[in-house]
Design a protein around this ligand. Structure first.
Ligand SMILES: *[C@@H]1O[C@H](CO)[C@@H](O)[C@H](O)[C@H]1NC(C)=O
Ligand SMILES: *[C@@H]1O[C@H](CO)[C@@H](O)[C@H](O)[C@H]1NC(C)=O
Ligand SMILES: *[C@@H]1O[C@H](CO)[C@@H](O)[C@H](O)[C@H]1NC(C)=O
Ligand SMILES: *[C@@H]1O[C@H](CO)[C@@H](O)[C@H](O)[C@H]1NC(C)=O
Length: 294
């Protein structure tokens, strides 16, 4: 049994300041000083706002093929549950509506002949901005095959979707649309974990767009978190959409890698967020310096 220090980026708490997702390590003592080297150097994550560091017990035998009833706080259930968060963001996320995994209550995994592995989960999901939490049932199927395909997700969280954000979205859309200059921002959050209030909606848009990547890239062996919007730039559009280029940093917590992606996406209140293009950028070395605020 090895203790491995991982960094839980409660990134979405940028909106509320309360921890929205934690992995509880069971009875293990929190001893961060004993494992200083396991914290990645690529980004000064200890300074990113709202995150927590907790050790997670990694049990090799449970790692990939856990079947039957799962321990809610261990990696297999957490990884699958995290995929539900990304799915909800891709379907329903907006600059004023963001979903976070609050808790895994129970989980079950089984092999499905020929098609892959299916996780059945009872989870609590939080809509971060309205601070509404709901228990949802969800099913995540990780397809099996030569080619890596996205997991398929079913989730019913009806209460969370009843929070009516139409008016806020319309107001924000008009504000952005009317502005003479195109919006842009860098380093959300900055290396002090700070995000200017005016940039919060852009940060939220970056998170929703990133969920498309994280949903697509997730497997049973990954646990993706959003680390930073390195930069986001509004592009001129003719139609009723806002369009953005965005450079994001994702933290894959199992490999401890920071992965860079470049995205182009649109947003409008009726259409939601749509990703037009996503490109993974060449692997960044662990010792690369993080982007710094000017
Ligand atoms: C969110 O709601 C919970 C439960 O209703 C409450 O305990 C908590 O303080 C709220 N957090 C914020 C930031 O309002
Ligand atoms: C949400 O609010 C808007 C007005 O702000 C209203 O027109 C719309 O019907 C509401 N939607 C739902 C589903 O209640
Ligand atoms: C327009 O954008 C600029 C630059 O981002 C910003 O400083 C200004 O406050 C915005 N104006 C409005 C009305 O939102
Ligand atoms: C965005 O951030 C990335 C990573 O720091 C950097 O390589 C890129 O040049 C930046 N792009 C713009 C347009 O600022």
């Amino acid at each position: 049994m090895s203790l491995r220090l991982i960094v839980v980026l409660a990134v979405l708490t940028g909106a509320t300041g309360s921890p929205s997702m934690t992995i509880r390590p069971g009875a293990d003592p929190v001893d961060m000083t004993a494992h200083p080297n396991s914290v990645p150097e690529a980004v000064e994550e200890t300074e990113i706002h709202g995150q927590q560091e907790v050790p997670v017990e990694e049990e090799a035998e449970e790692d990939v093929m856990a079947t039957g009833e799962l321990k809610p706080n261990h990696y297999p259930a957490q990884r699958a549950a995290k995929v539900v968060q990304h799915y909800l963001n891709t379907r329903y996320g907006s600059p004023v509506r963001l979903f976070g995994l609050h808790n895994v209550n129970s989980g079950n995994a089984e092999d499905v002949a020929d098609s892959g592995r299916k996780y059945q989960l009872e989870i609590s999901v939080q809509e971060i901005i309205s601070n509404t939490t709901e228990k949802c049932s969800a099913e995540v199927l990780f397809p099996r095959g030569e080619e890596q395909r996205s997991p398929t997700v079913q989730a019913s969280c009806e209460e969370l979707l009843k929070v009516n954000t139409t008016a806020q979205e319309e107001a924000l859309f008009q504000k952005y649309k009317m502005n003479q200059s195109l919006l842009s921002a860098q380093n959300l959050p900055d290396s002090y974990g700070h995000i200017a209030p005016d940039n919060k909606p852009l940060w939220h848009l970056g998170i929703v767009a990133s969920s498309f990547v994280m949903l697509k890239e997730s497997t049973e062996n990954t646990l993706y978190n959003m680390a930073q919007v390195a930069n986001i730039t509004q592009l001129a559009t003719e139609n009723e959409q806002l369009k953005f280029d965005c450079h994001i940093l994702l933290h894959e917590m199992v490999s401890q890698e920071i992965i860079h992606w470049k995205l182009q996406f649109t947003w409008s209140p009726p259409e939601g967020v749509k990703v037009l293009q996503m490109d993974q950028l060449p692997h960044c070395h662990h010792h690369e310096q993080p982007p710094k605020a000017n």
